[in-house]
Ligand binder design. Structure first.
Ligand code: ADP
Length: 255
């Protein structure tokens, strides 16, 4: 079976007047359809560079990135993003914020409007269609940002520290909500985070990178007895601390 995402022998260097900086070296991994991969590693190891390569903003110097077996195309509509900031526009209502991507792509019609309204309702934003972003909590705003992304039906979702701007308590519950939504929608997702607990609580596998130049240090499968358990449940399982220690040990051996 072809993997949804396959990264084969990818290397990337930055070039400046001071010289060349090798950021990533010989990175290979794959993500099956519907899987959740988390990428962790020390600061500066190339996590953001890797996401920029996965979304086609940068091109690898060596190696290949395949989506459904084909090289990443210039039309990146099959890849969606969720970033640290929700980037909702205050001058638009919540409904017109979540429809923005569809409007830009000229795909807004009565069917997609109905789908958006159903999603707003399913994800706890019913009654807020005509509100402005500032009237919503941080968690509600992140859910709106996710609906805006999912409305475009991306094949692959890239999440770049999407919860780090939230306070700790909100962060736990938003992470729980969003991970449940992604599982329900059976989305293939790649999450970059510096929070090991977050990675263990959401991922099916964790890719651990070495310090710069980032190389694959280990790929750790994450399995909990109840495969449908949500992040908050996972945090209470005995396996959680054992995974935490394993990832911590892998990261510490580089210091
Ligand atoms: P991370 O997201 O893991 O913190 P980055 O992908 O941002 O790491 O950066 C990887 C390495 O590449 C860093 O060590 C950084 O110094 C270097 N780097 C990032 N951007 C540039 C750039 N524009 N020019 C030169 N070097 C860069």
């Amino acid at each position: 079976m072809t993997a949804k995402l396959e990264v084969r022998g990818v290397s990337y260097s930055y070039h400046s007047l001071e010289g060349e900086t090798l950021a990533l070296s010989d990175i290979s991994f794959s993500v099956e359809s519907g899987q959740f991969l988390a990428i962790v590693g020390p600061s500066g190891c190339g996590k953001s560079t890797l996401l920029s390569l996965l979304c086609g903003l940068l091109c690898p110097d060596q190696g290949k990135i395949l989506l459904d077996g084909a090289p990443l195309s210039r039309d990146m509509s099959s890849v969606g993003y969720m970033l640290q900031k929700d980037h909702l526009f205050e001058w638009r209502t919540i409904l017109s914020n979540v429809s923005l991507g569809l409007e830009i792509r000229k795909r807004m019609d009565s069917d997609s409007l109905k789908t958006l309204q159903e999603m707003l309702s399913a994800y706890g934003l019913k009654g807020f269609e005509n509100s402005r972003p500032s009237e919503l909590s941080g968690g509600m705003r992140q859910r709106a940002a996710l609906i805006r992304t999912l409305a475009l039906k991306p094949d692959l979702l890239l999440l770049d520290e999407p919860f780090s701007a939230l306070d700790y308590q909100t962060r736990l519950s938003v992470c729980d909500d969003i991970s449940a939504i992604l599982r329900k929608e059976r989305k293939t997702a790649v999450l970059v985070t510096h929070d090991l607990s977050e990675a263990i609580s959401v991922a099916d596998r964790i890719l651990i990178l070495t310090p710069r130049p980032g190389r694959v240090k280990a790929v750790l499968p994450i399995e909990f007895p109840d495969s449908s358990s949500r992040p908050l449940d996972r945090r209470n399982c005995p396996e959680f601390s054992s995974y935490f220690n394993q990832v911590w040990k892998e990261l510490k051996t580089d210091e």
